[in-house]
Design a protein. Structure first.
Length: 299
């Protein structure tokens, strides 16, 4: 229980936090221009996917995770952060019933142990919570230490998601797909699997500038961009839905309305057409280049 170890460190002399930052603030490591290299076409183009053949897998699972954090106290100027990460896979099969297939969570205390007074340190070490430490160079200034704690929490969430995804891959049937909220390149198993797809719903990082950026972010419905490779990551493309139909609520956009569309209730779980970029682009590419499963970015 969080209250038990938090109460223990406060009883041991930690000072309660008077300022509590937003516990669900977004990522801070991707709000920048990162650049990308085109894999397909000489310049970024838009292509229609309206005539692509939809895939009809037997089942589709979608994996997503969350992270929450809160500064619960200070040992001197060193913050003690309570973190919580969780991930789950929701699966929809031929009967169209949505079920939670797997889930996992972890609670963390994030701080710098050597900077804490001995009683507070002992309370943490015996409190039954996993303790994660940020780097020594990030201590000293509370604001910097808090940001370092957030980064450690994000690493813990990504590791949890990766562990759960790889476990789900082991039980994936021959006609089943796994859709992951995020990139696949952090995992060798995910990157190599032919039926794993990464979906990025929103972007802090921007890969293009000028006219190409405008082209990427103003795609009409039913279109995709050229395949590109973000520097330091796997191949990617922007695609405006329809992409998936995991349930009654389909993440699609009615042309000209900007509002979500719904999949027919009688329809099987469909994956439309996540393999399009790969299937159409690969023949035109240098034969020496090997593409892993696509990461589909949609706006």
């Amino acid at each position: 229980m969080a209250g038990s170890w938090v109460d223990a460190i406060l009883a041991a002399g930690a000072v309660p936090a008077s300022y509590v930052p937003d516990a669900s603030a977004g990522r801070t490591d991707v709000e920048e221009f990162t650049g990308a290299d085109l894999v397909e076409d000489a310049e970024l183009r838009t292509r229609s996917v309206a005539d692509a053949r939809p895939l009809s897998p037997g089942a589709v699972g979608f994996l997503d995770g969350i992270e929450q954090w809160r500064v619960v106290g200070y040992g001197g100027v060193t913050p003690i952060v309570r973190g919580y990460v969780a991930a789950a896979v929701r699966r929809r099969g031929p009967d169209r019933r949505l079920r939670t297939g797997s889930e996992q969570s972890r609670e963390l205390a994030i701080t710098r142990l050597e900077s804490l007074a001995a009683p507070v340190r002992r309370a943490l070490e015996t409190g039954g919570v996993d303790v994660v430490e940020f780097a020594a160079e990030d201590g000293g200034q509370p604001a910097r230490a808090i940001q370092a704690a957030r980064r450690e929490l994000e690493r813990a969430r990504l590791a949890l998601e990766r562990e759960l995804a790889e476990r789900c891959l082991a039980g994936l049937g021959p006609d089943e797909w796994l859709v992951v909220d995020g990139v696949l390149s952090d995992s060798v198993a995910l990157s190599a699997h032919p039926r794993a797809v990464g979906v990025i719903k929103s972007h802090g990082a921007q890969y293009f500038e000028g006219a190409e950026l405008e082209r990427a972010l103003t795609l009409p419905a039913g279109h995709r961009t050229s395949v590109f490779e973000p520097r330091g990551a796997a191949c990617d493309l922007f695609l405006v839905p329809p992409v998936l139909a995991l349930g009654r609520q389909r993440p699609a956009v009615r042309p000209g309305t900007g509002r979500s569309a719904r999949a027919p209730r009688h329809a099987r779980p469909r994956l439309c057409p996540v393999g399009v970029a790969r299937a159409r682009a690969v023949p035109a590419l240098d034969a020496r280049r090997t593409l892993g499963p696509p990461v589909v970015s949609y706006t």
